[in-house]
Design a protein around this ligand. Structure first.
Ligand code: LR7
Ligand code: MN
Length: 600
């Protein structure tokens, strides 16, 4: 039956047959196009890394998985990118969605919104779409530990606070949320004022619109600078008009939590101390409030980059015994701290020669410690801060010029012989050393009878990894040719140690400190440690596996095995080959030469 019908169709004349053939052809061509288009799309999707994967916390971020050691990436200036229209740049798009971000919860966007959010990232280096969706008075949980909650403060006895928030082109919603969180969570009696300092912002929404918003708020005032002073100049401007007993500085993208102010004022009122809150994380993507690890304090690398590190064993022990007590830190992050106004000025305020951003936190920390005050962190005051990967704003004169001259100033005034170490290995900064007029700051140091940098290292940060007169400094080179060292950038924790090209005398990544107790220390506070079958770079600690005793030309572990470069047949110099400790034998792969390099 079917057969006869088909036969009939075929026989219905030539014209019809041609039309049918053409139709089939068109269908086939279409189908082919469709299939290849889908195929192309699938391949492209696979190849294209989703942009927001980049934004997840990676090894440069604040909390690392091991909870042991934390690195905050150093700024290298704005990311540039998308050209945003004037209208987008200058408009405040705050429109809260009920419930969004309440309780510090993350705000998730649809894939389509994420694309818009990415384009807007260049504005602030955080997710402005999310920020604009969260109410400026959102709720946050009480982030304090039980032991902190049980501390009782006599509010009547505490000094009053002037909160100083400086900003340059900050987002309206983020800035307002900072202000609102302070107003909502500070005891009336203790909050004297909030001083906003606008560091020459040019975004339109930060002028009249901000004035109007602030006019409705009790205790909040705005100072405007017509010149871009940088954060030091702006903070000084705020500090000059402050009327409270204690100055409390905050960045313009923070949110304070319940009970944040009392522990700061309590400590600042009672001692010569710059007291910092425990800084938690506000996600740059979702603005989720996340607790950051407890065990950290601030310090810095050989290149003077600020770093969060694990505190010394005795500080950790005291922390465990008394979890609500403030503990010392060699350096502060810089943005969030409280200090008695009188002490702030007695110790010289800030170095007003420091431009835009950077190094003022180290300068202030060294000055505090060396001149008889202290720097501490109180675990009971918890403040969230948006950590950004890039600086969103312009650095007039160029990023490196600004950063380098700030670093040069800080090092010249406070670091003594270690300034020579810093300059020796950073030629571009050394080149501008003499251009810094730091006469006033050196005078200040003299007048305040401040202690030496050596005293600071020995007493405030005895676990430091800088060279000293008692420590050997130089290159450790295997008989086969490869050198010990760390690999460029921010070295990963627990990265296997490898034999490396030896580099020049100026190559900090191949230079090591060898301590009298046998630790081999690299920049970033990394120590060579015997791991499971491999030697690795780990954060320096009391671990006995970090001890390498020199025995002639050998480096021996506590258990007596020898540091060995594992050389394969074809790779005779050992470059890129792994290291481990093995039974000592007669072999060049266990012979190490110590090539001293003067460190200053
Ligand atoms: O020219 C400028 N004018 C300003 O008013 C440049 C910046 N600013 C403002 C800016 O709007 C912000 O409110 O100054 C504040 C700090 O600038 P950020 O947020 O770009 O700095 P940061 O948080 O990336 O960097 C940390 O180190 C800086 C070194 O100069 C400052 O000390 C910051 O205050 C400091 N922030 C913190 O300590 C928060 C914790 C993060 C860490 C680590
Ligand atoms: Mn900041």
């Amino acid at each position: 039956m079917l057969r006869t019908e088909f036969g009939a169709l075929l026989c219905r004349g030539r014209k019809k047959r041609i039309v049918t053939l053409i139709l089939i052809l068109i269908f086939l061509i279409n189908a082919m196009f469709y299939v290849s288009f889908e195929l192309y799309n699938t391949v492209m999707r696979k190849n294209k890394k989703l942009w927001y994967n980049r934004l997840k916390y990676d090894k440069n971020s604040y909390v690392d998985e091991s909870g042991m050691r934390v690195i905050v990436g150093h700024y290298v200036g704005g990311i540039g990118g998308a050209n945003l229209s004037e209208e987008i740049m200058h408009t405040n798009n705050y429109s809260p969605v009920p419930g969004a971000g309440e309780g510090g919860r993350p705000v998730q966007l649809s894939p389509r919104e994420l694309i818009t959010a990415r384009e807007l990232y260049t504005l602030h280096s955080y997710n402005i779409l999310v920020s604009d969706r969260i109410a400026i008075n959102r709720s946050l949980p009480d982030m304090r530990s039980d032991s902190c909650r049980s501390v009782v403060y006599d509010t009547e006895e505490l000094p009053t606070a002037s909160v100083i928030i400086v900003f340059h082109n900050e987002a309206w919603s983020t800035l307002m949320r900072t202000i609102m969180s302070v107003l909502m969570r500070s005891p009336q009696l203790l909050l004297k004022q909030i001083i906003l300092v606008d560091d020459a912002s040019d975004r339109r929404y930060l002028s009249e619109e901000l004035d109007n918003a602030v006019a409705n708020l009790d205790k909040v005032q705005i100072l405007r600078s017509s010149n871009r002073n940088g954060l030091v100049g702006a903070r000084l401007m705020g500090a000059r008009v402050a009327t409270g007993d204690v100055l409390v500085f905050l960045d313009a993208h923070c949110e304070v939590t319940k009970g944040w102010l009392e522990p700061l004022l309590d400590r600042a009122g009672n001692d010569d101390v710059f007291i910092c809150p425990h800084i938690d994380l506000l996600s740059e993507d979702t603005l989720a409030y996340t607790k950051s690890i407890d065990a950290h304090w601030g310090a810095f690398s050989w290149r003077l980059h600020f770093r969060w590190l694990t505190p010394s064993g005795d500080v950790m022990l005291k922390k465990i015994r008394n979890p609500s007590k403030p503990y010392p830190t060699p350096a502060m992050a810089g943005g969030l701290f409280a200090v008695r106004k009188s002490l702030f000025w007695r110790l010289g305020g800030y170095d007003s020669g420091m431009l835009i951003w950077g190094a003022e936190n180290l300068e202030l920390s060294w000055r505090a410690w060396q001149c008889g005050a202290r720097v501490e962190i109180t675990p009971c005051s918890r403040v969230g801060h948006i950590f950004r990967r890039h600086s969103p704003y312009k650095y007039p004169g160029g990023v490196s010029k600004v950063l380098n001259s700030n670093l040069a100033r800080a090092a010249t005034v406070w670091m003594d012989e270690w300034a020579d170490f810093f300059f020796k290995f950073n030629p571009p900064i050394s080149a501008i050393r003499d251009q810094q007029n730091v006469y006033d700051r050196v005078e200040l140091r003299k007048n305040l009878h401040c202690k030496s940098f050596e005293w600071y290292l020995e007493n405030v940060w005895p676990q430091h990894f800088f060279p000293t007169t008692k420590r050997w400094f130089g290159r450790i080179k295997n008989e086969k040719g490869a050198c010990l060292g760390i690999t460029g950038g921010t070295p990963g924790l627990g990265a296997p140690a490898l034999g490396l090209q030896c580099g020049t005398d100026l190559d900090l990544d191949r230079l090591l400190v060898y301590t009298p107790e046998g630790k081999i220390m690299a920049d970033e506070g990394l120590c060579l440690q015997q791991g499971n079958g491999r030697a690795v770079w780990k954060s320096c600690s009391d671990n006995k596996k970090q001890i390498w005793v020199q025995d002639g030309a050998r480096l021996k572990t506590i258990s007596g095995s020898c540091l060995t470069l594992l050389i394969s047949e074809k790779n005779s110099d050992g470059i890129d080959e792994a290291l481990t400790s093995k039974r000592c034998v007669e072999d060049d792969s266990q012979i190490w030469h110590f090539e001293r390099v003067p460190w200053r």
